[in-house]
Design a binder for this molecule. Structure first.
Ligand code: GMT
Length: 381
């Protein structure tokens, strides 16, 4: 098979786009021709463009939607399908890999029809496409169609596989390919971390971090509540990193809790790893999380997480070994757990070391890329 793939993903600050980008980069390093199709260049692609393999083998194709006043909502899926079909035809690409079932897989199916070539469609389910958006009555049927018309389907965790089986009439195989991180980017050796610590948490203050795209499911205001409880017992500072719809509400919550002077909000475009490495703990009180890529990124930088025991997080975090898991509604318990660790530095250090080993030991990148390649081969048969 010609070693070329079209990767369709969201360019925004979110896990599915990051995984799609890192997969494309890893495939290009293996000699594949990679075509990203999206509305904007993938967020993390710039981290790798100094490599000649990436510059030569990766191409970004921008989807532009014409804004026409007659439409209340611009038909983005159609523009996306047209662009995928053009790329598939022009470069004779055998595989379209859609990350997130809607609208990406639907656009991929349309593009396949339009391109009239021998193109396979692979769908990777990332989470809310099944657990939240896909369950909405207006989307359930189209997600069911997206699954059944795909040549291969993968999910990022065992949890997501089970949720898909439970909620959707789809009997085909679902391969589990967990998320992974780029080890050359996410690791413990981050020289800028010391200055970040000095700036935000001097004189032995504890430094906590929350990273999210501020959607309701992330419960960012609850992260502030947990922080406020921690700070009432010990000197501490919190970094809230990211952008999204709940950010203003979260800032308001910090103010109401009287901790805004000790909470720094930073947008999501910065170089994340030094901030992760500078922190003692990450707080992730999500209401749902199919995998929790942000937790794995923190762990890779040696920062354990105090997180919700929900969804795919127990597949990522070994409770008591490299992080702590509590029921999502137990914000008080999460605060106590965080305080317990901050007051027991030798235990925190052991957890930090175990966390740093986790991505490579349990989710090595090359192993996950091999799995995706097997899926592409299966989809072609
Ligand atoms: O929820 C997000 O942060 C974004 C969302 C996405 O589709 O971009 O993330 C989902 O996919 C990530 C990558 O596979 C997973 O690590 C996240 O756990 C998952 N989010 C949820 O399930 C809420």
């Amino acid at each position: 098979m010609r070693e070329a793939v079209i990767i369709v993903s969201l360019p925004t600050f979110g896990g599915s786009g990051i995984v799609a980008t890192e997969l494309g980069v890893a495939m290009a390093r293996r000699g594949w021709e990679v075509h990203f199709v999206s509305t904007a260049p993938p967020v993390r692609l710039a981290l790798h463009t100094s490599e000649s393999d990436i510059r030569e083998r990766v191409c970004f194709h921008q989807v532009a939607t014409q804004v026409y006043a007659m439409f209340h909502h611009q038909p983005y899926t159609l523009a996306l399908a047209s662009k995928i079909a053009q790329v598939a035809r022009r470069y004779e690409v055998p595989v379209i890999h859609a990350h997130y079932a809607i609208p990406h897989t639907i656009a991929a199916h349309l593009a396949r029809e339009m391109a009239e070539g021998q193109t396979s469609v692979v769908t990777t389910l990332h989470g809310t496409d099944i657990t939240i958006v896909g369950l909405d009555p207006s989307y359930r049927d189209i997600v069911t169609y997206a699954l059944n018309a795909s040549d291969a389907v993968t999910a990022v965790s065992r949890f997501l596989l089970d949720a898909t089986r439970r909620e959707f009439p789809y009997d085909g195989e679902i391969g589990v390919v967990p998320n992974f991180v780029a080890p050359e980017v996410f690791h413990t050796d981050q020289p800028e971390a010391a200055a970040i610590r000095e700036r935000y948490a001097p004189e032995g203050k504890a430094l906590l971090i929350h990273v999210s795209n501020y959607r309701t499911v992330k419960r960012a205001p609850v992260a502030c509540e947990i922080f406020a409880a921690v700070r009432s017992e010990t000197p501490a500072h919190m970094l809230m990193i990211g952008e999204g719809p709940d950010r203003a509400r979260t800032e308001e919550r910090a103010e109401r809790l009287g901790v805004s002077a000790d909470v720094t909000f930073i947008d999501g475009t910065l170089q994340l790893p030094p901030y992760l490495a500078a922190a003692d703990l990450m707080l992730m009180p999500s209401q749902s999380e199919s995998f929790g890529l942000a937790a794995l990124e923190a762990m890779a930088c040696g920062t354990p997480v105090v997180a919700s025991a929900i969804g795919g997080l127990p597949e990522v975090v070994d409770d008591g070994v490299d992080g702590l898991l509590l029921p999502p509604e137990d914000a008080g318990g999460m605060a106590e757990a965080a305080l317990g660790l901050l007051n027991d530095r030798p235990r925190l250090e052991r957890m930090s070391q175990a966390a740093a080993r986790k991505p490579d030991a349990r989710f090595p990148r090359e192993e996950q890329v091999d799995k995706y390649l097997e899926v592409y081969n299966r989809a072609r048969q």
